[in-house]
Design a protein around this ligand. Structure first.
Ligand SMILES: [Zn+2]
Length: 133
């Protein structure tokens, strides 16, 4: 989670109105919903054109706010180790990671980074198998 998050804006703002998320991300959101891990809704906000979030969370591409039950995910994750064609994967992985924080919150547990990482990887792996990309 983050408090007092400041957001660094990147390029690609012109896509903001037209395209909030790609088909791949939309498919992934549906997949996560279908897992029915909790009945407590979590809002997902994709930030088109944003490359990273600055804050005290070690996950620089997303943040979860427990009061608002909302996750914020950058729409244009940037980094030396992220090829352009893998940005969608990073977005999906970030959504999965923040969603595990949501689960931890609604279950009244403390945020656990290693659990969030591990479970996010599991969710992504199962989703990739299902989609056979
Ligand atoms: Zn985290």
């Amino acid at each position: 989670m983050l408090e007092n998050t400041s957001v660094r804006q990147g390029l690609g703002v012109e896509t903001q109105v037209v395209k909030l998320c790609s088909d791949q991300v939309a498919d992934f959101l549906k997949y996560i919903n279908d897992l029915q891990m909790t009945s407590e809704p979590c809002k997902v906000v994709i930030l088109p054109g944003y490359q990273a979030l600055e804050g005290d969370d070690d996950c620089g591409f997303g943040a979860y706010n427990p009061e608002q039950k909302t996750m914020w995910v950058v729409g244009d994750p940037a980094g030396e180790d992220i090829p352009a064609d893998e940005k969608e994967d990073v977005i999906c992985e970030t959504i999965a990671h923040e969603y595990i924080h949501h689960i931890q919150h609604v279950e009244g547990r403390a945020f656990d980074e290693s659990e969030a990482e591990k479970q996010a990887e599991d969710i992504i792996a199962r989703w990739l198998v299902k989609n056979r990309r």
